[in-house]
Design a protein around this ligand. Structure first.
Ligand code: NI
Length: 258
């Protein structure tokens, strides 16, 4: 079944129909979801969602745009959360130079600290990197993030950068952008990379695929991304689903669950 490796179902966009939507995922072929924290508050709500739904897991972490809220005490709290049985990753963490706030030095500092946390608790990282290719790569290398592994979520760089992450053992997160007409660079990356390193993700409520571009996204739209991957790779859709599910289980270390 489809594994949505990156969702934000705690977002207000799902306030009206969250339980109804989640309750219908399995019948639509969505087997597992990882709900990703982006702040202290959304780490809490992600864990609550995971602890009340068997098929949902959580990631604990603070997004670069929110990183100014971090301090030593909150890092300690994040570490405690990483010990919860349903927490499977540290994320999303990284650098965002598109919004470019807070100050880049603040973003870099907490990116390093959260990689350190992931290495300590031995969980993979979910990396958010926007318009920050070089600094993200430098920090990933300097902090030896490859030792704990993870995914470069919503991958938006070219083949050269992809190759470097793949060589270090990272997975690349691919979502709705792949279906956009102007996604030539991402299509090249997907054609180039092995299917065994590709993770399906929504980043919902954002990044809805064509023909729903601009609407609220959900895991229900992942079949459009599956179809796009299938066409680019020349692999049947059911194989795309099976291989990417196995990839996600491997990366999140859920291989023992059937
Ligand atoms: Ni996200």
């Amino acid at each position: 079944m489809i594994f949505d490796t990156h969702a934000h179902y705690d977002d207000d966009a799902f306030q009206e129909d969250r339980e109804e939507l989640l309750g219908g995922l399995r019948a639509a072929g969505i087997g597992t979801v990882v709900n990703v924290g982006a702040s202290i508050a959304s780490t809490k709500t992600s864990i609550a969602l995971a602890e009340s739904h068997p098929f949902i897991y959580a990631a604990a972490g603070v997004h670069p745009s929110e990183s100014a809220e971090l301090d030593e005490e909150r890092m300690k709290w994040l570490e405690e959360m990483c010990a919860r049985p349903k927490v499977v990753a540290v994320g999303e963490i990284g650098l965002d130079y598109h919004w470019d706030e807070p100050d880049r030095e603040v973003q870099k500092h907490w990116f390093r600290q959260q990689i350190g946390l992931a290495r300590k608790v031995k969980l993979p990282i979910i990396v958010h990197s926007r318009d920050a290719a070089k600094d993200t790569m430098d920090i990933i290398k300097e902090e030896k993030a490859a030792e704990t592994g993870g995914v470069i979520h919503c991958f938006s760089y070219g083949i050269e950068v992809a190759r470097e992450y793949l060589n270090m053992g990272f997975y690349l997160g691919i979502g709705g952008v792949l279906t956009f007409k102007n996604a030539r660079k991402l299509k090249e990356v997907v054609a180039y990379m092995p299917l065994e390193r590709l993770l399906l993700e929504t980043d919902c409520p954002y990044m809805a695929p064509t023909p729903h571009r601009g609407e609220r996204n959900s895991s229900l739209y992942l079949p459009y991304v599956v179809r796009a991957v299938s066409e680019i790779k020349g692999v049947p859709e059911e194989d795309v689903i099976a291989v990417t599910e196995a990839n996600a289980r491997q990366m999140y270390r859920l291989s023992h669950i059937g």
